[in-house]
Design a protein. Sequence first.
Lengths: 403, 163
Amino acid sequence: MTTNFKWRSNPNIVARLVDGNDIQTWKSQQVVLKPNEACAFIIDGRIGDIITEKVVSSIGGGLGRHIAEMIGATATDRRMLFAMTGPLDLWIPFAANLSDGSEATGHMNLRIQLRKEDIPKLLNIFANHAPLLDRAGLIGFLGHEVTTRCIVPAMAKCSSVEELRSSEFQEHLEMHAEVEMRQTLSTLGFTFLRAFISTSKTDQEKLARLKADLDSATQTEGANADALMQRIAIREAATLRRIECEVNVERAKKRGEVTIQAESELLELRKQESVWEAELKRDQGQSNLRMNESSHKTTQAMELFEQVQARKRDRIQQSQEHQDQRMDKQNDVQTKMMEMAAQQGALTPEVMQEFLRQQTAQKAIDGNNSDTPATPPVAAVCRKCQATLMPEWKACPHCGSTS
Amino acid sequence: MILSGYEGYTKGKRRNADLAIRDEIKRCGTRARNHIMNVHDNGFREKKISIAKTAKACCNTIDLLIEDIDKSPTGMTHAFFSGQRSVSVSVLKKLIKHDHDVIEMMTKAVNISNSVEHAFASDKTDDEVKSLIRKCEQMITSSRGYYSARSTVLEGLRQKKKV
């Protein structure tokens, strides 16, 4: 009849030192050690076996052990040091200042591990500590030293928030923590695995966040306003376009009606035009006929007029030649008379004077005969067109009538 | 190489033999880690950050190896329920040789880590030291991979032959 002894009732428990003599039960106790648990036996002040992955029976209690103790057949002092051997995360809070004076708060994660061979070193802790070690107790052990040796110096070298968030800072802090904490952790039996820092938002970051939020809100508002304006503009354009389309439609209707009306009118006009053209052609034909007739008569009149003029020119020329011949004859007679007078010696100044006077009178008579204005002919009237005709005209120049 | 408590997987003590092998590999890993950590600490103190970073990467690999070994399966007690077939001599020989090879690789890794610390203390250049650290890390990684093949060997013990 055995019962299981549970050394760990809370996940935060890291190690526990159990005095075997304190287990006073009627039933014998056994413990099951899982792969991440180990137990070191300290018998009569000496470190015994360190076991894991095993069921350890009769660790305390039971009637047989009680009787053996009574008769002194067992060890005087039996202690069992249980511990977790898996990796252990410790979150150590801190508050430190950066080199620029701003404060940074947060937690430093320290991942450590207790290896099986190092479990007896936990006695260094239990020498000055309660027999139960949990995470809070371990943080109490290590926290101050980690803050003083690792976090504060690392933060003091950190110049800005950006550097605080950089991976180089994390690497440097991890190496720094490993170097500085090795001795302490080794003394307590822990192996350092990893370390990193997780800082809360600093005042500058809060301010930057606030600015970013405000900027974002402003940009959101601006984007909304822009979208609204675009929407209004689109609606306006759509409305204008609709109105324009309606106007165009109305205009097209009206234009169509006007076009149809104009086409009908145009058709009438074309009809009228064709009528007029026919009439015009007819009139032009008649006019042409009349014109042809008229021009023919005019040509005939002009020809007759030319013939009259030619005959007149011939008569004037004949008259002029006749007069010239007479003048020449008179001059010859006068010359002969002058010669005869000279031969007779009768050419005196009085004769010459008389001769010149007669000759002048003769020329005056000839001149008067040639310059005598013709008697104005009596005008006749054409019987057909009532135009005035000269007496010598044989036909009317206007209508070509010969009567 | 002498392993205390190792009896070559004799019947009834096979679990202890397995534990002894694993403890030896872990011990070798811890030894190598201690050497490399010394180089890491000194490198950081002397502002040789690149060496410290390389050493830290090697330490992480060793931690992974130790964790693998720590949490590796060990088999079950009652073969009847587990379906484990009886172990043949050939399988045991194969297992023993495999364990020997892993431990030899780990021993080499320890030797290299020792050389790393020695090189760092002497007038070797940073590149030479880093090269040695990376060589050690490579050896540890190889050991880790080789050790994982051990589970394949053990897997053969768990399967009954199908008739």
